[in-house]
Design a protein around this ligand. Structure first.
Ligand code: HEC
Ligand code: HEC
Length: 173
């Protein structure tokens, strides 16, 4: 091999390395997940079957994220138990209730005691359309609000009661 062609090969592989690096960079730039410890594992393990944006737009507490991630492992996500903990920790830390939510579409709630609690506590993981869109039976609100508290809605027992009464009065038959 002449010196010139050896330099040519070195040049060509340097170009290839730069091309690969900028491809990786582009993927990083397109990655909708927020920076944080564990983002790399999530980016690899969770992009096998769906777009990462699906994950990035959801907010949930650690308990809720663990349910999602366990479901995904059942479906075939490749994660060791230690990696599951890391992924859940990343998701709960960076995509927890209320973190960097896109501006919600405003939903006008009727006045009443409990309105402000619903506005501040119930729009942290999904918008209020989910709350106000469907009329339910009055008694349905008790288990729904309890379920939301279990998912991680930050409410005391008294606040849950106020919210339940407000929703039953305004969105219950
Ligand atoms: C083996 C394929 C596969 C992998 C890997 C996978 N998922 Fe999924 N995921 C699915 C399928 C299929 C659905 C839709 C069915 C459903 O909602 O149960 C889904 C749905 C979801 C949803 C619900 C979306 C919604 O709008 O309700 C979330 C959140 C989610 N995945 C998160 C993750 C996370 C986090 C990871 C990485 C730990 C992951 N997924 C890896 C297959 C996968
Ligand atoms: C920590 C995140 C979180 C918070 C905060 C939260 N929710 Fe939810 N909500 C969820 C998730 C996840 C679902 C979908 C899973 C389910 O239905 O169990 C959901 C679904 C719902 C639904 C549809 C459920 C159904 O049975 O039709 C209603 C209604 C609702 N939430 C109301 C509320 C109210 C009221 C509050 C405030 C007390 C609230 N949410 C706060 C996570 C949350």
């Amino acid at each position: 091999m002449s010196i010139t062609s050896a330099r040519g090969v070195a040049f060509a592989s340097a170009v290839a390395v730069i091309a690969l690096a900028s491809q990786a960079q582009a993927q990083q730039n397109n990655n909708p997940l927020p920076p944080g410890d564990g983002r790399d594992i999530v980016s690899v393990a969770c992009s096998q079957c769906h777009y990462l944006g699906t994950i990035a737009k959801i907010r949930d507490g650690a308990a809720g994220w663990r349910v999602y991630v366990s479901n995904m492992v059942l479906r075939g996500a490749q994660l060791t138990p230690a990696e599951v903990d890391k992924v859940v920790n990343y998701l709960a830390t960076n995509l927890g209730p209320g973190i960097n939510l896109p501006p919600p579409r405003p939903v006008a709630l009727p006045d009443g005691s409990g309105k402000q609690l619903v506005e501040t506590r119930c729009a942290l993981c999904h918008d209020l359309e989910r709350v106000a869109a469907v009329k339910r039976k009055k008694q349905d609100w008790t288990p729904i609000v309890a379920n939301m508290a279990a998912w991680g809605a930050p409410v005391t027992a008294d606040e849950a009661k106020t919210i339940t009464n407000y929703l039953a009065a305004n969105f219950g038959d």
